[in-house]
Design a protein around this ligand. Sequence first.
Ligand code: ADP
Ligand code: MG
Length: 737
Amino acid sequence: MAQQRVQQSAATFRQGRTGVHGVMIMKSTPRETSRRCCVDPVQNWPMPQSPLTATVKPLTGPQKALRKLGLVRPIDLALHLPLRYEDETRLVKLRDVREGDVAQVEGRVTHAEVKLGGHRQLLVTLDDGSGTCLLRFFTFYPSQQKALTVGNQIRVRGEVRGGFAGLTMMHPVVKAAGGELATALTPVYPTVAGLPQTYLRRAVQAGLARAELSDTVPSQFLQEIGLHPSWSLRQALSFLHNPAPDVSLETLQEHSHPAWQRLKAEEFLAQQLSQLQSRRARARLRAPMLAEAGSPGVFERLLAALPFQLTVAQQRVVAEIARDIGRPVPMHRLLQGDVGAGKTVVAALAAAQCIDAGWQCALMAPTEILATQHFAKLVSWLQPLGMTVAWLTGSQKARERRDMLALIASGQAALVVGTHALIQDKVQFQRLALAIIDEQHRFGVAQRLALRGKLGSQQLEPHLLMMTATPIPRTLAMSYYADLDVSTIDELPPGRTPIVTKVVHDARRDEVIARIGAQLAQGRQIYWVCPLIEESEALDLTNATETHAQLSAALPGVMVGLLHSRMPVAEKKAVMSLFVGGQLGVLVSTTVIEVGVDVPNASLMVIEHAERFGLSQLHQLRGRVGRGAAASACVLLYATGDAPRLGETARERLKAMAQSNDGFEIARRDLEIRGPGEFMGARQSGDAMLRFADVVEDAQLLDWARRLAPVLLDQHPALAEQHVQRWLGSKSDYLKA
Ligand code: ADP
Ligand code: MG
């Protein structure tokens, strides 16, 4: 990757050499880096002003871009650290340059031509007396072309590549030869379009000068991580923004330099402090005590009525939850368990305990189909025991909805199952004590907070149980989810046969279809998953509709159903119930079936364009089969487009899927391959992400921060608060949800 001209988008950037995870990469022209800006960022800095002196000036483009990056306060700018550095302090000879170096060279243009045909490009040969280098430009302006005429002396800087034509630079930065050399390494900051490096550099320097940077970490604690007290925050920041020319670029780039260590330790500490604060704040709140009833209640009767025995893991997590909700402090617990591990019954037992104590329980699911399934299952379990289960979704008829709202408000409905409709203003619970959120990662922070706020007039908070089939690797649990208690179902119910996963090129599609025929002949059902229709239009992927037509034609006499996200809800439900009922042999679908659907007779899952899916997503999809006793299989069809082979990462990922059936192992690999940003999706947006520290590589610093956070909070509460404000400012609320 031409590191040289890479800019990273604001929301997703991660710094350092692992910065390739989940970043948007935009090429900028060399012009952009050398453009001088005419607005002085220091003077026009949008500082909060007193109402008397405030003059409303519209923000300039770069100022808006700074806002977009969240660079509002001087301290935000001071903490906006370089992605990397450019060494403009010296010139090198081409003879000494190696492939991959970013080099600055001066020499004479000995050849220049515009090549037409294929890609129009400007090819320039540079000779510095020790060797030659080919400069390649795909976009160029007449003025640039003029600067590159034969005989001109020029200075170029760029990444050097080897190859057929010898040393090559793509789009180097070009200047006239003989200018002054820089005296310090030049920092390159993460930025967005419309915010030139030069402007950003000046803004950062101004922020650094203004920010309040007194130390919040007492020096004795720094020694524990081998940091000399001279690496104060101020010192570390000045150093990283203005490193001396003789510093090893490598320790800077690798983030192993003490200044980087200091910053990473600080960042972890802010994260841990903030989560500890929210944990402690929660501990001061009161919740209804859902103590077990004296006489055998719904809980015991449900347990006795289940057609199976709970696994040991299920028993354990049921006990953990029972203990939590029996206490007068709101529970904040994540229940994780692989797909098919049996989380629903655990939720039902928690609900039963809540109902036994005389309170209401709500269960919220991310999709209508999933909510329907939960509803059906819970009704079948709880209705025979005399419980009323209410049902609330967006697509409901007005009349039904009114009835349901009345049941909920009167307290007659002991359990309410639904979608987002549950958190609308109109919904009033009589006495809600337990909120359960299935597939919690599908919901945003605000939605979870809204459900928690549904308790009504009483001065109490409901207990919160979040469920997820995407297990959180330990390192993430310790960092991003430190404010949660975690229960884990780490075994599957007995009698499941492992799913065999095959990775197959799309060219062998016909064989796969033949195999479907064989499965159908044995009375089995098949899922065929396609990427989203919306995406497929843009990316020219085979879409679900085409596949549906193809399978219908290839499998005469078989009912092939189609389910996609654009269908009206009623139609979706109808198709789904035909599949559940066994009338449909094949269900072609977009990822709407991703979560929760339970059809034990389905034994084959085909995933088309598997290379487009995330690992955890593939694992969840695959989890739709292997739910009965029959041997099940998953076929990952991949396409390579015009390329002869799949890319390295895509191959790795599909291989990982074929090798493991263990959700934890897959989550770990997923984290390795994609980094936490993508892994966690929405937790919660980029805001809560670590920018510099890496939960895996800097595990030792994370450990330190975990130990230090309670000490600092107890012994130096003012410093702790200052630290959190400095690092997280207004974002800290997000961490608390
Ligand atoms: P998930 O954890 O993915 O939500 P479900 O709760 O949908 O899994 O459970 C998957 C299937 O396993 C369901 O059909 C459920 O009834 C069944 N199940 C759950 N617990 C057990 C158990 N202990 N023994 C046998 N089957 C179980
Ligand atoms: Mg489930």
